[in-house]
Design a protein around this ligand. Structure first.
Ligand SMILES: [Zn+2]
Length: 149
């Protein structure tokens, strides 16, 4: 699943083959800061972007009933995309944290990935001294890593 290749190459369109996503300066640090602030619960948020470049980050609220092991973005944060889509931006990425788990999608993350055109960024604090960020494209249950820069 994490070998960097699609398992079902015929199930996606060319515009979903993005393999790299550029975070604006400070965005990685902001995701890590949010992750640390929310510990031991998972945190989540969204990144508005243009093509493969993140432009603006919005912290969301995790409204999952089990926030230590799952995340669910609040509707107010998701509704922000109406405003930024008016400015020509898209919901380029969704981030969430794994306070104690690896920086790879959990089975629930894959099953509940409702935004195939958004990069899913996961921040892990499993090693408290060294937070880790990785990006993934999740489409129809298939996972492909997206390089973050
Ligand atoms: Zn997760």
């Amino acid at each position: 699943m994490a070998d960097g290749r699609w398992l079902m190459a015929d199930s996606f369109s060319p515009r979903m083959t993005v393999e790299h996503f550029t975070l604006a300066p400070g965005m990685a640090a902001e995701i890590i800061a949010h992750t640390r602030a929310g510990y031991p619960e998972e945190v989540c948020g969204i990144i508005a972007g243009r093509h493969d470049v993140g432009v603006a980050l919005y912290r969301g609220r995790n409204v999952s009933p089990a926030p230590r092991v799952a995340y669910e973005l609040d509707v107010e944060t998701l509704a922000r995309q109406i405003a930024f889509e008016d400015e020509g931006l898209t919901l380029a990425a969704i981030y969430h944290s794994h306070p104690a788990g690896p920086e790879t999608p959990s089975p629930a993350d894959v099953a509940k990935a409702f935004y195939p055109e958004s990069v899913h960024i996961i921040c892990s604090l499993a090693d408290p001294r060294r937070s880790r960020l990785r990006g993934f494209r999740i489409v129809n249950g298939q996972v492909q890593e997206v390089g973050l820069g």
